[in-house]
Design a protein around this ligand. Structure first.
Ligand SMILES: CC(C)(COP(=O)(O)OP(=O)(O)OC[C@H]1O[C@@H](n2cnc3c(N)ncnc32)[C@H](O)[C@@H]1OP(=O)(O)O)[C@@H](O)C(=O)NCCC(=O)NCCS
Length: 171
């Protein structure tokens, strides 16, 4: 899957492990996985989880690559529910790739695909209210704000409100 401006979304590969380790070295990135990803072995396990989940129609994860083929980000639709045709969207970009619209463009491409090819009707995502960049990505990718989930997350003993966004196949 390609965006109109040079990004490609493709399945994660073992060869991406160094890029995954580098991306997870950025502050707070451990919150984007079940635990820290510090070694190539951690990254290979993180990469290996995706193929069986796609096989089970449970989650679809993509490496976002730039014009040179380097993995600079991740977009994912998980919690695929075929009863209600819903899914949960998440994303991150490597710190060197941030601020250039990579997450916005890749998330829009992922959502376009999930709401057509994958046949889902409603995609949801949530971000902490102290993460304005993530809110910007959600809005740029067509996810409207639906409301506030108070004190939904707890990190390091502190609770965080989460803003919920969603995008529908037919607005
Ligand atoms: C959030 C994240 C994915 C954004 O990635 P990115 O590739 O830099 O995003 P984009 O360049 O597409 O920018 C998205 C929007 O946020 C805005 N933005 C970027 N950084 C910002 C900041 N620190 N504060 C406010 N707005 C910001 C951009 O201007 C852009 O808005 P625009 O479309 O109105 O210009 C990235 O910072 C990241 O991976 N953070 C850690 C993981 C994370 O928080 N994931 C989301 C969890 S809900």
């Amino acid at each position: 899957m390609s965006t109109s401006d040079g990004l490609t979304l493709r399945p994660w590969r073992e060869g991406d492990a160094p890029a995954v380790v580098a991306a997870f070295a950025a502050p707070l990135m451990e919150r984007q996985a079940r635990g820290p990803i510090r070694t190539e072995e951690d990254a290979l396990a993180w990469i290996a989880q995706w193929a069986p989940l796609a096989e089970a129609d449970a989650a679809y994860a993509f490496a976002v690559t730039d014009g040179e083929g380097a993995a600079v980000g991740h977009v994912c639709v998980s919690a695929v529910d075929r009863r209600h045709d819903t899914g949960w969207v998440s994303y991150w970009t490597s710190s060197a790739a941030r601020g250039r619209g990579v997450a916005s463009r890749a998330t829009r491409a992922l959502a376009d695909w999930a709401l057509t090819e994958l046949g889902l009707h409603r995609l949801e995502l949530g971000h902490r209210t102290d993460n304005p960049a993530s809110c910007g990505v959600a809005l740029a990718a067509g996810f409207q704000i639906e409301g506030l989930e108070r004190a939904k997350l707890k990190y390091d003993g502190r609770r965080f409100d989460v803003e919920l966004h969603a995008r529908l196949a037919a607005p």
